[in-house]
Design a protein around this ligand. Structure first.
Ligand code: C2O
Ligand code: CU
Length: 438
């Protein structure tokens, strides 16, 4: 549920204070080694020519022979075991479970939580699918290059059978994975629009996943609802009409659309790609993109958080800046965090059980989709205006030029976690930090 902040207050021994030893056992960084997996899958990465319909052949990467790779489906609570094999990606590759709060040992960050998997080698990821929702996986080795050229796929976690989440009551459930290959916008691996044939009145859930480097925009020729952001359910979503909803790079937006009595609804999912929902033979008159944006800070009904963000244990300032420079002979703009560039950004230290507030400030003049690994964060305020809607829960947050955000999370997943910009070249050019448990 939306209130599942993962902060298991009852089981934790509260907040650690200076002088208290906080021992992190290795087992807390991995999934239960004795448990039998509920979902087991083998994913094989290859460097090869991929034929992208509507784009043409590209020199890229595949997972089990296609790009995007197969969609993994599991149920909340399942233990997922993925045997990842690198057949021919010469730079090595990994899999990172973007947005999923997996144990640190399964986070898939080359150079941080594991070595890149070399050609001919394999690595087994094991994690419990703790939260239902829409996520994706991608390589986290030279990721600005490997993700751009196809080494990714979707992962969908269905709610536990007992769940009463509203969004789970859709008759049809489809994935809309957005990506730009060779400069062309694609939907589920093809530069083509798609149809979802649905009977009048049927509710269709579309899981839009932005795997691209830039922001995507969703709008529709008819009303729709935003039922989840970054995998987390919105409380009491209302109809959205005449508004565009933005999805940051790396982010996900689950929307539901009700098929009309006659004809079809056109759901525009970014980059000019359209999903026609309803009668497949119907054509819908072209709809202009609304220029108003839905403010997720005030969407849905206000519901208290299950932790107290007003008395945080840690408050971090995270100021994004820009610096012109020449690095390795390459002149350009580089990005800074509190005046430092990766790998020289001091780590943000936390302890297990703490409530952490980050104050993001973007003084760089460009938008940055900030992504924290291993945790989901709640947006408390933007530019001094407090959230008034359903808890807006994200792992990928667009921070526009000049904006200030206050976000909060419960440090409940020990390890070392990246916190970086998901316009991936920016992450290389300085915009990468780490949250480290003491
Ligand atoms: Cu999807 Cu570190 O990223
Ligand atoms: Cu950026």
């Amino acid at each position: 549920s939306v209130m599942d902040m993962g902060g298991d207050a009852a089981a934790s021994d509260g907040h650690h204070h200076a002088g208290t030893a906080s021992a992190i056992s290795v087992t807390s960084l991995t999934a239960d080694p004795d448990r039998r997996p509920d979902v087991r899958i083998r994913l094989v990465a290859r460097a090869e020519t991929v034929d992208i319909p509507g784009v043409g052949p590209i020199e890229g990467y595949t997972v089990n022979g296609t790009s995007p790779g197969p969609t993994i489906r599991a149920r909340q609570g399942d233990l997922v075991e993925v045997e990842f094999v690198n057949e021919s990606v010469t730079a090595g590759a990994t899999l990172h479970w973007h947005g999923m709060d997996v144990p640190n040992a399964a986070d898939g960050v080359a150079g941080v939580t594991q070595d890149a998997v070399a050609v001919g080698e394999s690595f087994t990821y094991r994690f419990e699918a703790a939260d239902a929702g829409t996520y994706w996986y991608h390589s986290h080795q030279v990721s600005h290059e490997q993700v751009e050229r196809g080494l990714f796929g979707a992962i969908v976690i269905a709610p536990a059978r007992s769940s009463t989440a509203v969004g789970s009551r859709a008759e049809q459930d489809v994935v809309a994975l957005l990506h730009v290959y060779a400069g062309r916008h694609t939907l589920n691996g093809a530069a083509q629009d798609t149809h979802v044939v649905a009977a009048p009145g049927a509710r269709v859930r579309v899981r839009v996943i932005n795997t691209d480097q830039g922001t995507a925009s969703v709008w529709s020729s008819g009303p729709f609802r935003v039922v989840a952001t970054d995998g987390h359910e919105v409380v009491s979503p209302s109809d959205v009409e005449g508004q565009t909803v933005r999805i940051p790079a790396g982010g996900r937006l689950d929307v539901t659309v009700v098929a009309p009595e006659r004809g079809a609804v056109d759901l525009h999912v970014g980059g000019g790609r359209v999903i026609h929902i309803g009668d497949a033979s119907a054509s819908t008159p072209p709809a202009p993109q609304p220029n108003r944006s839905l403010d997720l800070l005030a969407y849905g009904s206000s519901t208290p958080l299950d932790f107290d963000a007003s008395t945080p244990d840690r408050i971090f300032d995270y100021v994004i800046g820009r610096r012109w420079g020449i690095i390795d002979g390459r002149p350009g703009n580089f990005w800074t965090i509190n005046g430092h560039m990766f790998p020289d950004v001091p780590m943000f230290h936390v302890r297990d059980g703490e409530v952490v507030v980050m104050r993001l400030r973007n003084e760089s003049g460009e938008v940055h989709p900030m992504h924290l690994h291993g945790h989901h964060v709640v947006v408390l305020s933007r530019n001094g205006i407090s959230a008034s809607g359903s808890p807006w829960i994200v792992d990928s947050l667009d921070v526009q030029a000049g904006e200030r955000y206050e976000i909060a999370f419960v440090a409940d997943n020990p390890g070392i976690w990246m916190d970086h910009c998901h316009t991936l070249p920016h992450a290389v050019d300085g915009l990468t930090a780490h949250v480290m448990y003491e």
